[in-house]
Structures are given as C-alpha cells and as structure tokens.
Design a binder for this molecule. Structure first.
Ligand SMILES: C[S@@+](CC[C@H](N)C(=O)[O-])C[C@H]1O[C@@H](n2cnc3c(N)ncnc32)[C@H](O)[C@@H]1O
Length: 396
C-alpha cells in the first residue's frame, strides 16, 4: 500500500489546478448523477430525499466535484464522503470544492478498505482505483459491504487489450528502477523510454496518450507499482464474488458481439461481451455500474413518466443533424461509428430538455402510441447503447 501512497503523494493524479474550477466543470463516466440514476435507479430516483455518497479513492476530485456540483445546481440534498490514501490529492480536491463553494463533503485521508465504517451509502464512485490495490478483491468486498441494499456502485477499472504495450514496460521499469524515489524513477524511465524502437507495441498503440499529457500521467501509466487490468468477464466475476451484479455500462455498443459476427443463440451475455472486447481490441477501461445481487433489475425508459436527457449534445443541434442526414457519427475510443437515425425522429429529439417526460414529448409530437413507439423505441435503443441518452427525474 505504501508505494501506491508514495506515488500519489508525489504525483497526485490526474493533475488538476483548483483555479480552473472558475472556467469549466469536468464531467464524465462513471458518476454523473443522471447516468447514476439511469443505470442504478431505473431513472426514477427521488433525489429530494437526500443521497449518501462515497467517493472511494477520490484522487484530485473529478467525480467528487461532478457529483457535488451537479446535485448542488439541481438543489438536491446530499452527503458525500471522500476517502483517499494521498493527502496531497485530498488538498487539491478540497481546494477545488472550496473554489466552487461546495458544501456537504467530508474529507478523509485513509483506505477504502475501511469504507463500511462510514456507510451505508446510496451510491459509491470508485474510478481508476481498484486495479491498484494489492488485493483488488478485498477492495470490491469492502465497497460492497458499504452499500445500502438499494444502493449501487459506479466503477472504472483498466482493461487489457486497449492497453497493449503498457504491461511489459511497467514490468521492465519496475525491475530496473525499484528502490529509487518517485521523481528519480520518472527521470530514468523517461530517458529509457526515449530509446524504445518505434515499432514497440506501446509506441504503435494510438490509444495511449496519458504519458504525453503530464508527469503524473507518465507515472500513472508506466511506473505504477500495482496495476492489473480486468477483461469484462473477469470484472463481472470479481463483482459477483463480492455479491454484486453488473447492471450496465454507458458504452454498451463496444461490447456488442453482433458488430463482428452472428451471436450464437445459447451464449450468455457476459461471454458475448468478453468476445466483443477481444475482437474490438481498443477498450482501455471498463466503466460499469453494479448493484447488490439481490436488488431488482430496474430498466430506465420503460415508463411514460421517465425523463430523457441527451448527453454531450444539444437537442436542437442533434434534431437538425438527424433531419438533414438521417444519421450521426459517434466516436468511442478514437473509433468513429455511424449511427443511422430515422429523420422522422427529429421532432421527438427536439422535445428532450431534461424536464419533460416521455408522455409530454409524445403529446408535443401529436403521435398516437403506435406511431410514437415506432419512433422512440429505435431512438432509445440506438442512443442508449452509445451512452448518449439517459433517464432521470433529477431536474423535475
Ligand atoms: C488513478 S487515481 C484516480 C483518482 C480519481 N478516482 C479519479 O478518477 O480521478 C487513484 C487514486 O486512488 C487512491 N488509492 C489507491 N489505493 C487506495 C486505497 N486503498 N484507499 C483509498 N485510496 C486509494 C490513490 O491515492 C489515488 O488518488
């Protein structure tokens, strides 16, 4: 544990400057409240009742700030516990929260292995952390034990194939540089890296860029003392061993085996995803949501009271594009996907404002149930599988 702590004391990751809070809000997956609601609460969470949240391994604060700012802006009650081993990271996260005047956060320097002492939680964020634990299963178990029975977890862990080239370099640097302090390791590793041949699998992997972004990025990618990737089936198994069930991912399209080959009738869904991961080859991380195994499956978008939100796109611009081209282009992991969308869906798209429910958008389009379903169902399917459409009553 102490080498990991030393690393993040020397190089808090990702690098963030609290002054930037005045300019922008960093949003992403997991842990945008709208996405959390969609995957874990069927889009029907009553946010007004207050939400207890744990940000486990919160680092420099991206998920913490996203959660806290979004709930504050929506006028919802929450209590967030932030835990991280690194006090240097905590200082940055605290300064970011202060710059925004955010309240309701308790900062703790410690291990997520003790999460249950602070719980139970309605939602736990754990992004980019569990694969760095000496015994990751103990981390999954600790988070599972801290969840309330109706709660859920959003996590990101590294994936093997999209990171091809990373692990032989990590091993080599570990053997050569062990014992040196973090700053000396970085200096030596950069000079060794400069000598690698251009055909090295790392150098020819166009998806790996963090080492160019900052020293902290180089260290996190290539000098980590603990780092094990998970294939999607290993992740599902690991969650299962902690009593959790994987309920969804915002990038479902990436794990769709039918992109590559006909899907055998009797193949179980996780085995399909695992094959798609191998065939895709570009998946660097898995973002998944999981809930206690006994919790009922809640599927968003089934009720006419559900409120749709578009992610990363303005409804007006999307509606115009669909009306003109009958398709959109979505880039996932640097790969462009052309997604056909019926031009007749443009009016329904323009009605999505995060406040109107499906019944009200249908009424605005003046469509009977049959015509509405013929438009909305394919739109729902095609946008949700790319994480572009989620349901939540957060703003209602
Ligand atoms: C790659 S950073 C990710 C930070 C943040 N979750 C994010 O996504 O921006 C990993 C963080 O996990 C923290 N960490 C590692 N092991 C931990 C543990 N056992 N308990 C709490 N924090 C831990 C590190 O200190 C570091 O800040």
């Amino acid at each position: 544990m102490s080498k990991v702590k030393d690393q993040y004391e020397a190089y808090p990751y990702p690098e963030r400057d609290p002054k930037d809070e005045k300019k922008r809000l960093i949003t992403g997956s997991p842990s945008h409240p709208l996405e959390v609601d969609h995957f874990l609460f069927g889009g029907q969470r009553d946010w007004s009742a207050g939400t207890r949240i744990l940000v486990a391994g919160g680092g420099t604060g991206d998920a913490l700030i996203q959660l806290s700012q979004t709930l504050t802006s929506a006028g919802k009650e929450y209590e967030i516990t932030y835990i991280d081993l690194s006090s240097a990271s905590r200082k940055i996260a605290e300064a970011r929260a202060k710059a925004r005047g955010l309240k309701g956060i308790t900062f703790t320097t410690g291990s997520l292995l003790d999460a249950a002492e602070y719980g139970p939680f309605d939602y736990i964020d754990c992004c980019g952390v569990l694969h760095h634990l000496p015994e990751p299963q103990a981390g999954f178990d600790a988070l599972a034990a801290a969840l309330s029975p109706e709660g859920g977890l959003g996590c990101m862990v590294y994936a093997p194939y999209g990171r091809s080239g990373v692990y032989p370099l990590q091993e080599a640097f570990r053997s050569l540089l062990k014992g040196l302090p973090p700053k000396a390791q970085l200096r030596e590793a950069k000079s060794i890296f400069a000598e690698l041949p251009s055909g090295h699998p790392f150098k020819s992997n166009p998806h790996l860029v963090d080492h160019k972004a900052s020293d902290a990025g180089f260290y996190d990618l290539l000098l980590h003392s603990q780092d094990r990737p998970y294939s999607i089936d290993q992740l599902s198994q690991t969650l299962g061993a902690s009593g959790l069930r994987m309920v969804g991912t915002p990038q479902a399209a990436l794990y769709d085996l039918s992109r590559f080959a006909p899907v055998p009738d009797d193949m179980d869904p996780v085995a399909q995803m695992a094959l798609a991961e191998k065939l895709d080859g570009t998946i660097k991380t898995h973002v998944v949501y999981a809930c206690p195994g006994a919790a009922p499956v809640l599927e968003a978008g089934k009720s006419s009271r559900d409120v749709p939100h578009l992610k990363g796109m303005a409804a007006g611009a999307l509606a115009q594009k669909v009306a003109r081209d009958g398709a959109i282009t979505v880039t996932l992991n640097g790969v462009k996907h052309r997604v056909p969308i019926a031009k007749s869906a443009a009016k329904a798209i323009s009605g999505v404002d995060g406040r109107r429910d499906l019944a009200s958008i249908q009424a605005g389009c003046a469509l009977d149930p049959l015509a509405w379903n013929a438009i909305w169902q394919p739109l729902h399917r095609d946008l949700t599988r790319f994480g572009l459409l989620v349901y939540s009553r957060l703003l209602v």
